[in-house]
Design a protein around this ligand. Structure first.
Ligand code: ACO
Length: 336
């Protein structure tokens, strides 16, 4: 059996920063409200006609440099996003063209905040089966163009940032011991009965006899809607469960883990998860302060930032979990 590992990681965020104070008059909000309830201090938002696949292309180039491979060695593209360039085809195809990888398979994963871990799971299986050897898993989002930037949208709009993060997954070479870099396991879950607790209703084929019309725009159905309390409650329960599932599967304990990379929806969620599992705060690497919630890009951005900060070093055991719209949730245990 071939084992798979993460060969390299890269990320890219657009340069323009919006501090909480920059949103105060636009959204009738305040730095104090946002910071206290979410931990967010700022987010990056694109300008002009920058697209999701543009961000993904920049993150991919950096991931390839980190993995010490050429872009043309990628043999499969898995693109996780909820903010695609267009409704169809998938953004994986637009990215593939930008990378000049004609002929290489490209597809999208639509699992929102869990999208990167769902994609990583696919890449892990492809590499283990021997089907592909250099799988790009990229999470990228341009949320800013789809948010309601009036006071009516403030509960959701303050939470999201734009950005991209990518990894290259490939086979471990030679015989692999427990202490070598590898992905030990991935774990995926969903519960569709909560699909409408965090969603965008339109455009969509379930909206009567038209996928989109002026009345739907008037009603704001094209903006994300969230039951914040339900998301908070489920995320605080599902992420610890998913971490324990990954540890149990591999005969490990919480204290064996060197670093936890959680999805970044709300600092308070991660503090609760840490408390439930008894994780010392220095082992949880948070990025929400600087980037807000970048959905599918969050975990690879966190991974890259942890490397840059010297918090993620070769040989470390890492547990990662995400929760998001769907509801979907997922976890992985890997050695860096
Ligand atoms: N600025 C100022 N006031 C605001 C804002 C804002 N941005 N947003 C809402 N308010 C007001 C509300 O209008 C309400 O006012 P009222 O009491 O006069 O009616 C008050 O603040 C409290 O609103 P709540 O929605 O009850 O605030 P809550 O304490 O639940 O916090 C929050 C909201 C932070 C979103 C919380 O529910 C949460 O963290 N939920 C988790 C969901 C999440 O983080 N989702 C991110 C995306 S999903 C994902 O990635 C998993």
């Amino acid at each position: 059996m071939i084992s798979a590992k993460i060969l390299g990681v890269g990320s890219y965020v657009p340069p323009r920063i919006w501090k909480n104070d920059d949103l105060a008059s636009l959204l009738d909000t305040s730095d104090e409200w946002i910071r206290q309830r979410t931990g967010i201090e700022q987010r990056h938002w694109v300008e002009g006609n920058v697209t999701t696949s543009d961000l993904a292309a920049s993150a991919t180039e950096r991931a390839c440099a980190s993995a010490k491979i050429r872009v043309d060695e990628i043999d499969c593209i898995v693109f996780a996003t909820l903010s695609p360039d267009h409704e169809f085809p998938g953004s994986g195809c637009f990215l593939q063209a930008k990378l000049g990888l004609s002929g290489v398979p490209a597809f999208d994963v639509r699992q929102q905040c869990s999208g990167f871990l769902y994609g990583l799971s696919l890449a892990d299986q492809y590499v283990k089966s021997g089907m592909f050897r250099r799988v790009l898993v990229v999470g990228a989002e341009v949320h800013s163009k789809g948010l309601n930037k009036t006071p009516a949208g403030r509960d959701v709009t303050v939470l999201f940032g734009d950005g991209a993060g990518a990894v290259i997954v490939g086979p471990c070479e030679g015989s692999v011991t427990e202490k070598d870099s590898q992905i030990y396991s991935t774990h995926l879950h969903a519960d569709g009965q909560f699909a409408k607790e965090l969603w965008i209703a339109a455009p969509g084929m379930a909206n009567g006899n038209e996928r989109m019309n002026a009345a739907m725009v008037e009603e704001g159905l094209h903006y994300p809607k969230m039951n914040g309390k339900a998301v908070f409650m489920h995320a605080s329960k599902r992420m610890p469960e998913a971490i324990l599932e990954a540890l149990e599967k591999n005969g490990k304990k919480v204290e064996d883990v060197d670093l936890f990379l959680f999805h970044q929806a709300n600092l308070r969620i991660n503090e609760m998860v840490g408390k439930q599992l008894g994780i010392p705060s220095e082992k949880i690497f948070n990025t929400i302060q600087s980037f807000a919630n970048t959905t599918a890009a969050t975990i690879p951005i966190g991974m890259d930032e942890a490397v840059k900060a010297g918090k993620l070093k070769k040989g470390m055991l890492v547990a990662s979990a995400a929760f998001g719209s769907g509801f979907t949730w997922a976890s992985t245990l890997f050695r860096w």
